[in-house]
Design a protein around this ligand. Structure first.
Ligand code: GLN
Length: 459
């Protein structure tokens, strides 16, 4: 297809299917004329999570606070995509400031799962994952702080990668928790993930945590032999709370790897039980500090008739932020406050080091780790919205990877009896994306789970 045809087809599909799915906040069809060229993504329509800045149109972060915010610049990843010929056709729905696991915390509307519209698509990059699952666009970008690319990818039956911390520049990604945030691609197969990563990875001086590590040829690596893989299975990831259908599907994936010649070894990540507590102290502490910039003065929502200057801050923030964001700011401010800093924040940093060491130890025994991505398949809209703790537990298998800063991918590995997708999570050591993508591609070469399409695609 020509570039113009591809983009027109994506926009037509969005117009036809998105009214029932609500993945898209805005289409950007008025964008610059499509140029010809030979970029790696020439003419490819791409959807971008709405917490990643694009200079055309607005960037809301799923929040009323930024409902009219126009970024004066493109995020680094958006510059890279445009330079590779991609066309940004849409901005996708997400939980407000990327806080949540279901996309229900969007200030605008919830997104629906293309496999079952009564269910959530996961979150926070739920709009991006659902858009790729419904084949509205071939590729999308999300951001992953504690699982927000991998968990929605799992719940929507597509692939999603969280790259190594520092692999992709965060310049132009609205900050949630800066030591954890990383932008990642979503696609239907691993080749698509490799293609997107190829374009967005690499050093950027505007993000001081962006790595100088050279960018390998991820696409070429897919067709090279992985050698003999040793896969570690962390026993703590198969405990209580894991849905039995998910357990069976992940165990079947282990059998598939065995039949492909991999060695399987049980390993232990003994500090896993502290992951959720540690993540929700560190991420809320960082979020409370990052979100202090929304003060009603410089940009974002400003209250209409403030009584005095204190009221500018308090009413603007009270009106602009939704309940989950307020909860995080309060939790984070508490953990950082005098008297509690040592008991919570500084202790959580020590636990983070122990969690990192668990991974170092595990990777001294194997090349790749394998687990479920999410303990349950997609849940019903509304099911967890009144129970923040239940929502936080959706991240039980994804947050430790974020604390360690290592890369992980979620790929489809089956469907439940009620035809909801199941995700398999593979993890690698720092900058081990080549091995990770090769292992994931090897699985997809031997199985067809990633080719299944949701019912909405038949319409
Ligand atoms: N669900 C996690 C949270 O709410 C992860 C969010 C994310 O990765 N952006 O913090």
């Amino acid at each position: 297809m020509s570039a113009v045809d591809q983009v027109t087809a994506a926009l037509d599909r969005i117009k036809r299917l998105d009214p029932q799915l609500k993945c898209i906040l805005r289409t950007q069809d008025a964008a610059a004329p499509i140029k010809s060229g030979d970029g790696l993504l020439q003419g490819v329509p791409i959807a971008i999570k709405d917490n990643i800045c694009t200079h055309d149109g607005i960037t809301t972060c799923g929040s009323k606070m930024l409902a009219n915010y126009r970024s004066p610049y493109d995020a680094h990843v958006v510059e890279r995509l445009r330079a590779a010929g991609a066309v940004i056709v849409a901005k996708t729905n997400c939980d407000e400031f990327a806080m949540g696991s279901s996309t229900e915390h969007s200030a605008f509307f919830p997104t629906r799962n293309p496999w079952n519209p009564e269910c959530v698509p996961g979150g926070t990059s739920g709009g991006s994952a659902a858009a790729v699952a419904a084949r509205l666009v071939p590729y999308a970008l999300g951001s992953d702080t504690g699982g927000s690319v991998r968990q929605p990818a799992a719940l929507c039956g597509v692939c999603g990668l969280k790259p190594t911390y520092g692999r992709v520049s965060r310049y132009g990604l609205v900050a949630h928790a800066s030591s954890l945030d990383q932008i990642g691609p979503i696609a239907t197969d691993v080749r698509g993930i490799a293609r997107m990563l190829q374009v967005i990875a690499g050093h950027d001086p505007r993000d001081s945590t962006s790595a100088h590590e050279p960018v390998p040829d991820y696409l070429a690596a897919l067709d090279q032999s992985t050698g003999k893989l040793c896969i570690g299975v962390p026993r703590e990831y198969f405990g209580d709370g894991l849905d039995p259908e998910i357990r069976r599907a992940v165990e079947a994936a282990i059998e598939t790897y065995k039949s492909l010649g991999a060695t399987i070894r049980e390993v232990s990540l003994p500090h896993s039980k502290y992951t959720i507590a540690c993540y929700y102290i560190i991420s809320t502490a960082e979020a409370s500090s990052n979100l202090a910039r929304f003060d009603g003065v410089r940009y974002g929502h400003r209250t209409a008739n403030p009584r005095d200057y204190i009221d500018v801050y308090s009413s603007s923030r009270a009106e602009g932020f939704g309940p989950e964001v307020k909860r995080r700011i309060m939790l984070g401010t508490y953990a950082l406050s005098s008297g509690y800093y040592d008991a919570y924040y500084s202790k959580a940093l020590k636990v983070r080091t122990l969690i990192k060491r668990d991974f170092n130890e595990a990777f001294s025994q194997c090349d790749i780790l394998l687990s479920p991505t999410s303990p349950t398949p997609a849940f019903k809209i509304g099911e967890k919205s009144d129970d923040p703790l239940a929502m936080y537990l959706a991240d039980i298998y994804t947050t430790s990877i974020s604390l360690a800063g290592i890369p992980a991918i979620s790929i489809p590995c089956g469907l439940t009896a009620s035809r909801l997708p199941i995700g398999l999570q593979l993890m690698a050591t720092h900058f081990g994306e080549v091995r990770l993508l090769q292992a994931a591609h090897q699985y997809q070469s031997a199985t067809a789970f990633h080719t299944a399409t949701p019912p909405v695609c038949a319409e």
